[in-house]
Design a protein around this ligand. Structure first.
Ligand SMILES: Nc1ncnc2c1ncn2[C@@H]1O[C@H](COP(=O)(O)OP(=O)(O)OP(=O)(O)O)[C@@H](O)[C@H]1O
Length: 307
């Protein structure tokens, strides 16, 4: 893989796809990572996110995954993937790119800090829903982490960075250590739905107890890393205790897939004894937030159809 990626698209620059002639105006850099740079661009007065790749093969495999997911989408649903092409950078070199829906959202931790921890149950449920769709299509997300989950208004969740997505049964293509099942001696790095659910469980800890998790990674020798150590953080965290049983099952690989895990999560949100516990008020607030969102959406559709 090419390691230098110096292409720099400036604000206001117009870029044109080599094959399909799509014309985009560059607004700003949204983010960059190991596989490329993502820019906010405009075409025909609509906003999109354009991912410029370093490696054509890597980018193509992300595109393949997005196309396979798009095939599953119900009729009339807006597609996530908008365009795939190559462009000439300011340096005269050719770069592969794809254009996707622009997600106006924030990283999960930033969203929860701003909107409040009571949104966590709903955001978790929506994230499990996204994973469930991938699992149904035979894919495992692989590199699930706080940075790859963007949360928009009403707790709407979008996964970004499909570079780690792996077909079930293969070896996970890309992962981040603390979210990795192998790192915690909790199982293999082979792609199965339980791999994502393990990372989801670590993500829950990362959202509520980032310092303790970070501390574990520093203090434990590799052979001593274990699910038991992770569960100790959970048991000692008032915010995570209500989901301790669910997290234990996710760590043990006891859910068939994210659909199964999502059903268990949902029933936890509705459990009366969870609401009664004084140490867990955010679960009750989460349920209220979910109801408010549903009510808002229903009123919106009603008004839209009346007008
Ligand atoms: N569709 C999108 N809408 C808005 N922002 C996005 C979108 N896709 C990506 N981003 C932003 O760009 C950043 C980098 O994108 P991405 O994670 O795909 O790059 P990467 O090179 O594959 O990163 P990594 O090193 O984590 O693999 C994301 O963290 C996110 O902030």
């Amino acid at each position: 893989m090419t390691t230098s990626f110096k292409v720099d698209l400036r604000r206001g620059m117009m870029v044109t796809g080599k094959w399909k002639q799509g014309r985009y105006r560059v607004e700003r850099l949204l983010g960059e990572g190991a596989n490329g740079k993502v820019y906010l661009v405009q075409r025909d007065r609509s906003w999109y996110a354009m991912k410029l790749g370093i490696d054509a093969l890597d980018l193509q495999s992300e595109v393949n995954v997005l196309q396979s997911i798009a095939k599953q989408k119900q009729h009339g649903q807006e597609s996530y993937l908008f365009d795939v092409d190559d462009l000439y950078g300011p340096d005269g070199r050719e770069y592969p790119f794809y254009v996707m829906r622009y997600v106006l959202g924030s990283k999960t931790d930033d969203f929860l800090k701003r909107q409040g921890a009571e949104w966590f149950p709903l955001v978790g449920l929506n994230l499990l829903g996204k994973l469930a769709k991938l699992h149904q299509a035979g894919w495992v997300f692989g590199d699930l982490k706080v940075e790859n989950v963007l949360v928009a208004d009403y707790g709407h969740v979008e996964l970004v960075d499909y570079g780690g997505v792996t077909a079930v049964g293969k070896s996970i293509r890309q992962f981040t250590e603390i979210y990795d099942r192998g790192y915690w001696n909790g199982g293999s790095r082979s792609a199965d739905p339980q791999y994502d659910l393990f990372s989801f469980a670590v993500l829950c800890i990362q959202l509520h107890e980032p310092k303790r998790l970070q501390h574990l990674t520093v203090e434990l020798l590799p052979q001593n890393r274990s699910v038991g150590e992770l569960m100790q953080i959970v048991e000692n965290s008032p915010a995570l205790k209500p989901v301790a049983g669910w997290l234990q099952r996710a760590f043990a690989g006891q859910f068939a897939d994210a659909g199964d895990a999502s059903a268990a999560w949902r029933s936890l949100m509705h459990r009366r004894d969870t609401h009664r516990s004084s140490s867990t008020p955010f679960w009750l607030k989460g349920l209220a937030a979910a109801s408010a969102v549903l009510l808002g959406i229903s009123v919106y559709w009603l008004l839209r159809n009346l007008m």
